[in-house]
Design a protein around this ligand. Structure first.
Ligand code: GDP
Ligand code: MG
Length: 168
């Protein structure tokens, strides 16, 4: 298909919207504006043709379980974001990963990227790189650390997920 749908999950405040806005618009804001759900569309070139990349930025909380299930059903690839400054935010990804497994079944064939964001906040680090790496091995998914603030690894994150999807 020429339509890739990526969904971004993670606890409130970890930087989901910031990563998406950095990638789609090239901007970053210091203020925190809670999201309900936003979808961004981009036309990109892939394999000598063009395709539509649709990125859904979710609320991150469990306030809307029906919306979460629908986003998982419709999604082709998933970005699971925690903040390296919060162990709790890593814990909060576990039920989301389990729900992806439940809904998608054969999760090994689904592109998933575990993302530790806010690596610019070096003094506040609570989650070591090796912790994120270990969890990604357990989940058999990809792993990356990013900063939406400094634009570290943001393009690479979306590009890598697209590459994983093309390789399926
Ligand atoms: P969301 O709830 O997961 O969508 O989080 P937001 O994208 O709204 O970001 C929450 C707060 O964290 C905002 O104040 C952002 O400016 C800040 N933030 C997001 N990404 C980063 C980052 O990479 N580094 C730092 N230092 N702050 C960030
Ligand atoms: Mg948000």
């Amino acid at each position: 298909s020429n339509d890739y749908r990526m969904v971004v999950f993670g606890a409130g405040g970890v930087g989901k919207s910031s990563l998406v806005l950095r990638f789609v618009k090239g901007t970053f804001r210091e203020s925190y504006i809670p999201t309900i759900e936003d979808t961004y569309r981009q036309v990109i070139s892939c394999d000598k043709s063009i395709c539509t990349l649709q990125i859904t930025d979710t609320t991150g909380s469990h306030q809307f379980p029906a919306m979460q299930r629908l986003s998982i059903s419709k999604g082709h690839a998933f970005i699971l974001v925690y903040s390296i400054t919060s162990k709790q935010s890593l814990e909060e990804l576990k039920p989301i990963f389990e729900q992806i497994c439940q809904i998608k079944g054969d999760v090994e064939n689904i592109p998933i990227m575990l993302v530790g964001n806010k690596i610019d906040e070096t003094s506040g680090r609570e989650v070591e790189s090796s912790d994120g790496e270990a969890l990604s091995k357990r989940w058999k998914c990809a792993f990356m650390e990013t900063s939406a603030k400094t634009n570290h690894n943001v393009k690479e994150l979306f590009q890598e997920l697209l590459n994983l999807e093309k390789r399926r």
